[in-house]
Design a protein around this ligand. Structure first.
Ligand code: ADP
Length: 769
């Protein structure tokens, strides 16, 4: 850097000195010239003075000029005068020509004929001027030498500093060797700043040339484009005018649509300011039309508690920090400070650069719905509580009704068998039938609650429908006979095999046939079985009282009957058809009814056969309907005959039961077949185990105030010799899930109270044999 500056300084100084020397030379030259011009003037003045002092100007002749005249003129003019021949004239002039400090005059001397024969030469020398002239001449020469020296120095310097780099640079350019040029640029110390100047100059020149070239092209293109553009702009302006008009129309139309909309629609910019809000929005928020435009949506329409939360959410989405929130429920505050719940559906809008520019949302006012929802939740909570109470009540009632039923059914059964007086026998039977009816009602209620809880398991089995229908018909023959009604069965000659739940199907048929007989006083009942496509259809048609048109729709509802209130003419709970309908639906079928008052009714069920993949083996192993659906009375015979086999060694049974009536009844049921011991509570039962080895234990669950049946069973299982002794849970806890619960607590079997003698005997004989 310093080096560069130093070079520049030296060159500058040299230039200054050169200029100075030149100036001085110029001045000196001027001075010299001045002396010359003075000399010229004095020459003229001298000549004039001599001529004026000649005796006769017009006739000057050598003869006239004697020595006196010459002396006088010499005196007057102060000059030396001599007369010389014409030939000497040029040598005289040569002599004075480079001597400006000498004033001289040459006067031609003519003879009388006017011919010039001689000349008069006068000279006058000024010592002062001579000195001056000599010093100027000397100084002038010195300065010239100095000037030449400066010039030489500068030329040398320039050659070194400029000419050489220039030539090198130009040579580089000419030879097109940029590397060399580059190198030159690096060797600044050698070439100084000028190389850079020149390089810059050339670079800039080149750039400028290129730029000019490009600009020229660009300008041409621009001009073409401009023309095109102008044309297009013209066209576009016309188009825009039309489009603007259409847009305006569309905008008006859109506004109209938005205002018609039943939901709030609004457009917010990226900072949350309202760009547009429809009429519904103004209405719900309590503002006049246009009042909300330009206001910040969050600051204006949200309470202090949540405005910052929603504002932040809006900004976070717009800035891409969180994904778009498309749906949310929030509370807004109206102009009248009322809080309203809105459900928002957001659509985030993006600009041409794919950056979020705002949000368009629709919002539904759900304030009323929310209130209703709250009420509904409260109502549901109450309903749930009531339902829980109902379940507890049902469980308790079930338990409490079932327990005494053991006594009623058991004793009436015994009385029927033992009493000989016919009237008393009829009374005992009435007691038994009433008890039975009560149990059936209880079972219906429990079935319904199980169905409502949606926990009814479907047990699909391969079923011979001809057998099942025949069997059900057979069991109702006695009841029909008692009312003097016919019971006709119409079934196809071939077997119809289906995969269905036989127990449910039997329950459905039982209900329908039971109703048909119940509501028919004359004529009878037709039962038909047929196949239609991949379904089987069972029809139960009676000639009974029929169902009025207006009641057809209600009879499938819970507890509904055609004849209701205190004047109702038939017994029943009104649950049978409800359960039938639910069972049929569980089996994927349909139930329908056709009826005419006083002519009869026809109930028809249509259920899929599901028999596609039934093999011959499946049919062979199919449910033995006649066996599984045998009546209780038949069972009694079977079991009692088995149990009373004298040859058999009697087994010992321990019955743990706190209710004395139940103990008594069970004793009557079992005493002829087994050795029966009783324990009133858990502790006694455990003591009994030490006295004797029992083959089976019948355990009640609720044993009053002491330990319960489950706990006793747990202890029994820990007693030696009783690890695998069969224990039956015999209980009035017969609600949904109770069986499974007890079986998982160490019991081997379960029987619900009230059970009849044949049921208990069958279960015991199944276990012990
Ligand atoms: P329930 O028979 O215990 O009253 P259901 O649900 O079985 O209950 O029947 C509901 C009602 O439908 C009956 O009370 C009766 O009014 C009417 N109903 C059912 N079956 C018949 C039928 N075969 N003939 C006339 N009415 C019937």
């Amino acid at each position: 850097m310093f080096h560069k500056i130093k070079n520049q300084l030296i060159i500058l100084i040299l230039f200054v000195l050169l200029a100075f020397a030149g100036t001085v030379i110029y001045l000196k030259l001027n001075e010299k010239n001045l002396i010359h011009s003075i000399s010229e003037e004095s020459n003229i003045a001298l000549r004039t003075l001599i001529i004026n002092n000649l005796p006769d100007n017009n006739n000057s002749s050598v003869d006239l000029l004697d020595d006196k005249v010459l002396e006088r003129i010499s005196k007057i003019t102060g000059s030396a005068i001599k007369i010389v021949s014409l030939e000497e004239q040029s040598s005289l002039i040569d002599y004075v020509s480079d001597k400006p400090y000498i004033s001289y005059a040459i006067v031609q001397l003519k003879n009388l004929t006017g011919t010039t024969q001689k000349i008069l030469f006068a000279q006058k020398e000024s010592t002062a001027i001579k000195q001056k002239y000599d010093s100027i001449k000397k100084e002038y020469s010195t300065l010239i030498v100095i000037f030449l020296l400066f010039t030489l120095t500068i030329t040398t310097t320039l050659f070194l500093q400029i000419v050489r780099p220039i030539s090198t640079v130009i040579a580089s350019f000419v030879s097109n060797k940029p590397e060399r040029l580059k190198k030159l640029m690096y060797t600044k110390s050698e070439y100084g700043v000028f190389a850079n100047f020149i390089k810059d100059f050339f670079d800039q020149k080149k750039n400028l040339e290129e730029e000019v070239k490009v600009r020229k092209i660009t300008q041409e293109e621009l001009e073409t484009l401009n023309d095109e553009l102008e044309k297009r702009v013209e066209d576009r302006t016309e188009e825009l005018a039309v489009t603007n008009l259409e847009l305006q129309k569309e905008r008006d139309q859109t506004k109209l649509y938005l205002d018609i909309a039943g939901t709030i629609i609004a457009l917010l910019d990226c900072d949350g300011y309202i760009q547009l809000i429809n009429k519904k929005g103004d209405e719900v928020l309590g503002y006049n039309s246009g009042e909300l435009n330009g206001k910040n949506w969050y600051d204006t329409c949200f309470s202090n508690n949540n405005k910052s939360k929603y504002k932040q959410q809006h900004l976070d989405v717009i800035r891409g920090k969180i994904p778009p929130v498309e749906f949310f429920i929030g509370e807004v505050i109206t102009k009248g400070k009322e809080i309203r719940s809105l459900i928002f559906h957001n659509t985030y809008i993006k600009d041409a650069n794919n950056i979020f520019s705002g949000v368009l949302f629709s919002a539904e006012d759900i304030t009323e719905l929310k209130l209703k929802e709250k009420e509904l939740i409260e109502a549901k909570e109450k309903a749930d509580e009531s339902n829980k109470l109902k379940s507890t009540f049902l469980a308790n009632m079930s338990h409490e009704l079932r327990t005494p039923m053991i006594g009623i059914l058991g004793y009436s059964d015994m009385l029927m068998a033992e009493i000989e007086n016919e009237n008393h026998k009829i009374m005992a039977k009435a007691i038994h039938d009433s008890g039975q009816r009560l149990i059936e009602t209880l079972n219906l209620i429990l079935d319904l609650s199980r169905l409502e809880a949606n926990k009814h398991n479907i047990d699909f089995k391969v079923v011979n429908l001809n057998e099942l229908v025949k069997n059900v018909t057979f069991h109702f023959e006695a009841a029909a006979g008692r009312k003097k009604l016919f019971l006709k069965l119409l079934i196809p000659s071939f077997d119809i095999i289906a995969r269905t739940d036989p127990r449910m199907l039997r329950d459905i048929m039982n209900n329908l046939v039971n109703n048909a007989i119940k509501f028919t006083n004359e004529g009878g009942v037709f039962i038909t079985l047929e196949v239609f496509h991949r379904n089987f259809i069972i029809k139960i048609k009676d000639t009974g009282i029929g169902i009025p048109k207006e009641s057809i729709d209600i009879i499938f509802d819970e507890f509904r009957q055609v004849s209701e209130g205190i004047g109702r003419g038939f017994q029943g709970t009104g649950l049978g058809l409800t359960i039938c309908k639910k069972y049929v639906a569980l089996l994927d079928g349909q139930i329908s009814v056709k009826s005419k008052v006083n002519q009869g009714s026809e109930f028809s069920i249509q259920i899929p056969l599901f028999n596609e993949e039934i093999s011959e083996d499946d049919i062979e192993n199919s449910e033995n309907i006649s066996e599984s659906l045998t009546t209780i009375s038949e069972n009694v015979q079977i079991n009692i005959s088995k149990g009373s086999n004298e040859q058999e060694i009697k087994k010992s049974i321990l019955v743990v039961e706190d209710d004395s009536t139940s103990r008594d009844v069970i004793n009557h049921f079992l005493k002829k077949v087994y050795y029966v011991s009783f324990a009133n509570d858990g502790e006694t039962a455990l003591d009994c185990l030490n006295d004797k080895q029992f083959d089976l234990i019948i355990m009640d669950i609720n044993l009053g105030s002491g330990i319960n049946g489950v706990e006793v069973t747990e202890k029994i299982r820990k007693t030696s010799g009783y690890r695998s002794t069969p224990i039956i849970a015999a209980t009035a806890f017969a609600m949904l899930g109770d069986r499974e619960k007890f079986l998982s607590k160490g019991f081997d079997h379960y029987i619900s109270k009230p059970y009849l003698k044949p049921q208990l005997l069958k279960l015991l004989s199944d276990i012990l044999n």
